[in-house]
Structures are given as C-alpha cells and as structure tokens.
Design a binder for this molecule. Structure first.
Ligand code: DHA
Length: 356
C-alpha cells in the first residue's frame, strides 16, 4: 500500500514523487543511476502531459557527498540549456542500493515556463538555474553560501553564511521583480542542529512577517564548508495567510499555512515525540496537517504533494502506511526525506502543497 501517487497535476503544475533507480540500474555507479532516475522522471512527466524539459524544480538526495561531481556530469547531459532550479542534499534514499533519489515539479501542458538569471551574475558552476517561473509562481534554487556575483564560496560562521544566502535570495528574487516579502515557502537545511537557534534568530530578523510556511531539517551538504542551504518559493504580489482570521504574531518563525494565489504551502507538522510508536507519530502529523487544511477551508483532496521527513530509514515504511491509513483518496505525490529533525525527539514531520 503506497501513500503516494506517481505524480499529480494541480494548478498548472505536475508534481512527481521521489524516485530512485529501477532494479536493473541499482547495481550501477552514480552516472548510470542518475541517468535512470532522470529517464524515469521524464517518462512520468510525459504520462502527465509534461516532460523533463518543462521541469521547474528538482530536489536531489545523494547518498554520498563524494558523488556530487559524478552526479552533476550525468545530470548536465539532460539539460543542455535552461535547466530547472535544483536543491541537492546528502540524504540516504530508502532503497539500500540506491545512490540518488529525485523528485520534480514541472509546468503542466500549456502552462508557461521561463528561467530567470540575476543581472551581472556568472552562470552557476553547477547545472541548475537560479529561478524558474510559471505564471506568478517562482521557484528558487537551493541557495548555498556561495557569492552569486563571483561564485566564491563564503566561509565563516553561520550568520555570515546565512547573510550571503539572503543576499543571493534578494538578487534572485529581484530578477523576477520580487522581494523576500513575496516568499511563500522556505525549506532550511542545516548541517548541525546546534546552529538552529542562530539560524532562527537571523531568519526572524530578515524574513518579513508574516513569515512563509517553513520546514527545517538537518542534513549534510555538498561542500563540507557549507553550514546551511535554503530553498524558497515566491508568488508575485499574492502572498496571504492561509487562515485569514488567525493572528500570526510578528515574531512567529513560520505561518502554518501560506497562500500564494491558488497554491497553499503548509509548514511541516510534527508528529508525537519520542518514545511514541512511529505509526502514532505519523497519524498525529497527518491529523495536524488535515486540521490546518480544514481551517483554510480545504480538504485532503486538495493536497498535491507532500514531503515526509523521517529521522530514520527504518521508520519510513511504517510512517507511510500510517499516513495512507489516515487519509482518503486521491493520493498526493510525495517524497520521503531521511534526515535529522528538529526538535531532536521528533521522528516524523509532514509538509505539503495544496491547490484550491
Ligand atoms: C546548490 C544547489 N542548489 C545544487 O547543487 O543543487
């Protein structure tokens, strides 16, 4: 019983669930697996009336940071021009032989697609664009502490690194005529949970309230010097709270649900805390998500895509089964991310995108 559909179409976008290489390619090294995964994404997108060339955003999980260069070389062959934005983190795909897992969001048939580049910036050293727009929705690449104007890696403490990410984000959003006040969704990847308080303090000072829906997890990144990566989605001039009646305090780190036009972004909901059983964690997280949807006048059927964050690969199948048992058809697309969670005693978290 799977909790995720292979893909869903909603609001002019196709959401494709996370996939690893098929059985026949699992014995291959990284280039063969990357090629197989991208072909599988393409086939699914074609079935849903889109294609890999119309991808807006790809999320990549690699098992070993040492495979980054080989992953990039194989990946680049699929995108000779105008590649989608991309976020890459070190996270073990669930299947034991898999070295890489990817999920995608693409423009549906007939929907516009355009990549954007900040004025004066050199091209990215890796095969991804910095921003991709479809209609009013703008996806940003996972931004790392690398000065976009020079491609120099920014070392230093967490505050220095986040400052460089916010500076890059300002330039990239500017290329779309947007600002940080238009961000509807943020995903934060920290390499060390001890950095969370400093990251939250900087984020609170620089992200204008009401702050976007957000998830924050712990994962290693592609360059050992990086302490943080952030992925934003923005919506031109249409950001609004998902629950218009709910007062969100100005110091709240995230809004539970942020609307951008017809798209709704739900912050990651926690399950129970250790030592509860994993299925209880997953049911609680699903219940909280459903509650947020109901408060916004939405239902499970409006969910297009979910990210299931679990603290251990051993929890993934149990969590998915419990989610599947607590929800109704139709199934959303989904990705499982095995990573460190915050707070440290969380075991399961779920974030989602819905379309009304
Ligand atoms: C830094 C990235 N966004 C990447 O390599 O995907």
């Amino acid at each position: 019983m799977d909790a995720f559909a292979p893909a869903t179409t909603a609001g002019g976008l196709v959401y494709v669930s996370g996939v690893s290489a098929g059985q026949a390619a699992l014995a291959e090294p990284v280039p063969g697996q990357v090629t197989d995964v991208l072909r599988r994404l393409d086939l699914t997108l074609l079935e849903y009336g889109s294609s890999l060339t119309r991808a807006l955003s790809i999320h990549v999980q690699v098992r070993h940071a040492a495979d980054f260069a080989a992953m990039n070389a194989a990946y680049a062959r699929f995108f000779p021009s105008a590649p989608p934005v991309r976020t890459t983190v070190v996270a073990p795909p669930e299947s034991s032989g898999a070295l890489v897992q990817m999920s995608a969001v693409a423009a549906a048939a007939g929907a516009p697609r355009e990549v954007l580049h900040p004025a004066g910036w050199p091209v990215s050293p890796n095969p991804y664009s910095y921003a991709a727009r479809s209609g009013d929705l703008v996806f940003l690449a996972g931004l790392v502490p690398r000065d976009g104007r020079t491609n120099a890696v920014v070392t230093g403490d967490l505050e220095t690194q986040i400052a460089s990410i916010f500076c890059n984000a300002t330039d990239v959003l500017g290329a779309a005529g947007l600002s940080l006040a238009d961000v509807v969704s943020a995903r934060v990847y920290l390499t060390d949970p001890a950095h969370a308080p400093a990251a939250e303090e900087y984020y609170r000072r620089h992200m204008p309230p009401p702050r976007p829906a957000r998830s924050i997890v712990v994962a290693a990144l592609m360059n050992p010097a990086y302490l943080v990566e952030m992925t934003f989605v923005a919506m031109a001039g249409k950001r609004a709270l998902g629950f218009p009646d709910a007062a969100i305090p100005d110091d709240a780190i995230a809004s539970p649900l942020m609307r951008g036009g017809s798209h709704l972004f739900l912050s990651a909901t926690d399950g129970d805390y250790a030592p509860a059983a994993i299925d209880a964690h997953a049911r609680t997280a699903t219940g909280r998500l459903l509650n947020s949807l109901r408060q916004a006048g939405l239902a499970w059927a409006d969910v297009a895509d979910i990210t299931l964050q679990v603290s251990d690969a051993a929890h993934a199948a149990t969590a998915r089964r419990a989610i599947r048992e607590s929800m109704l058809q139709p199934l959303p697309a989904g990705t499982t991310l095995i990573c460190g969670l915050l707070p440290h005693d969380a075991r399961v978290q779920i974030s989602a995108t819905a379309v009304s």
